[in-house]
Design a binder for this molecule. Structure first.
Ligand code: UGA
Length: 454
């Protein structure tokens, strides 16, 4: 099938690569000429494990352009995967979505085309996109658009850092549409994925117990709400375990054991119960804010989601409070941060807790040093205003520091030579913001080990 994808961010590029890998002819469209040129030359615009191999494997089915006219007219399915960054009100800014919908209407062929919202869009956007595509189509052709195209919602559930794995082996595929023909087109598009009939790439073998993938066929509004409700629920789980973590600290309990003990109840599940600094990234903050904003438009309070957001905000403050308790004075101190990215295996810094923590420490007069295995280059490009001294190694971060905070749980940080690191620090204080380090080993090495939960 011929497919176009508008937007080559995490979602668009991964979706494009995945559909090309499954055998479809995919054209990715992006307005950013530099980005398109780089992609044409085989360069990847962000760090994502296995994406390079995956794009190379799918290359024969994949092309990149800045021109809608080179992609849309021959496509049966057009995905919109543009950014929907938060606006000042908390509601997402839809200007890129609107431009994409208009561009599609201006180029869509006179045949049945499915326009798919892959971006996370406010509930009701399916109808809105439909009206923009229709208007642009009718303006161009002077004809009624009736039946020429339909809009579907196909929310994305991939996590950065495991985007390819999540795309190939999803827990479910959700397709929302109010039109039967749309459902049929989407089913045949996703058939190899749903039936798991494709050959797994060597670098990401199919999980042993992987069976057929359930397809949830829903109406448009339900599919749109599923996306927000899923992300908000995951965010709630994290904030819940962090709230329990605060209590664990007071009563002398170990939050890691508590999380395991509750998570093994199949009704609860062990995932997303890792206590620590809390969530960052471009999704949970934005989507929980949008859910609260939508609820309030309908006179609802979404108080659980609001509380989860507040707990998450406080976790970052608690890092500074803990350091203050321990060091008493932050002015003139040097604090080292291990990790800048919002989670391991990505160089994405959007809403990364490290940035907030660094700003707060600097405000209090501390000097901040940091290391990240992949995100430092991006940090220099995007945050020249935050005065962090970047270090080439984690050891250099710790040298002469009064405290080290583990902000992002990159695997390699656990295995550092902590014994020799201790002797290079001014004070042997470690705040393990992700409950990631070997507490017993650090204590044995003579560290003062702190965490956000005990
Ligand atoms: C999230 C969802 O997990 C995806 O399903 C969804 O598709 C995506 O948002 C999106 O809407 O595009 P992502 O933000 O990439 O994915 O990464 P997550 O693995 O969900 O992590 C989010 C944040 O929560 C990270 O800062 C992570 O450190 C934190 N987290 C995660 C915890 O603090 N504890 C946990 O137990 C799990």
């Amino acid at each position: 099938m011929n497919v176009s994808i508008i937007g080559t961010g995490y979602v668009g590029l991964t979706t494009g690569a995945c559909l090309a890998y499954l055998g479809h002819k995919v054209t990715c469209v992006d307005a950013d000429e530099r980005k398109v040129k780089a992609l044409q030359a085989g360069k990847i615009p962000f760090y994502e494990p296995h994406l390079g191999d995956f794009l190379a494997d799918a290359k024969h089915n994949l092309s990149f352009t800045t021109q809608y006219g080179e992609a849309i007219p021959q496509s049966r399915v057009v995905f919109i995967a543009v950014g929907t960054p938060p606006s000042s009100t908390g509601a997402p800014d839809l200007k890129y979505l609107e431009a994409a919908a208009r561009g599609i209407g201006e180029h869509v062929a006179e045949d049945f085309v499915v326009v798919v919202n892959k971006s996370t869009v406010p509930i009701g956007s399916g109808n809105w996109v439909e009206s923009i595509v229709r208007e642009a189509y009718e303006k161009r052709t002077g004809q009624k658009a009736n039946g020429r195209f339909a809009v579907a919602s196909n929310p994305e559930f991939l996590r950065e850092g495991s985007a390819i794995f999540d795309s190939l082996y999803p827990d479910r595929v959700v397709v929302g549409s109010d039109n039967q023909r749309t459902g049929e087109v989407m089913y045949s598009l996703y058939r190899p994925l749903l039936e798991q009939s494709f050959k797994a790439p060597w670098y990401l073998p199919r999980p042993e117990r992987m069976g057929a993938v359930p397809l949830i066929s829903a109406d448009l509004a339900s599919a749109e709400l599923i996306k927000y409700a899923a992300n908000a629920f995951l965010a709630l789980k994290i904030s819940y375990i962090n709230e329990i973590g605060q209590l664990a600290e007071k009563v002398g309990a170990d939050i890691t054991q508590v999380a395991k003990g509750i998570g093994l109840d199949a009704r609860i599940g062990t995932r997303f119960l890792q206590a620590g600094i809390g969530w960052g990234g471009s999704c949970f903050g934005k989507d929980t804010a949008a859910l609260v904003a939508t609820a309030s438009e309908y006179g609802l309070d979404a108080s659980i989601v609001k509380a989860a957001r507040e707990t998450n905000r406080k976790q970052r403050e608690r890092v500074v409070e803990k350091l203050l308790d321990e060091l008493k004075i932050l002015k003139g101190r040097t604090v080292g941060l291990l990790g800048l990215a919002f989670k391991p295996d990505t160089d994405d810094l959007r809403e990364a807790p490290a940035l907030d923590i660094a700003r707060k420490l600097i405000e209090r007069g501390a000097r901040v040093k940091a290391h990240d295995p992949v995100a430092m280059e991006r940090f220099l490009e995007q945050y020249p205003d935050i005065d962090i001294t970047l270090c080439a190694t984690p050891e250099a971060v710790a040298k002469d520091a009064d405290a080290v905070v583990l902000v992002t749980e990159w695997k390699q940080y656990r295995d550092l030579d902590w014994e020799s690191i201790k002797s290079s620090m001014r004070l042997p204080v470690v705040l393990d913001g992700r409950n990631h380090l070997d507490r017993a080993r650090l204590a044995k090495a003579g560290f003062r080990y702190l965490s956000l939960a005990g």
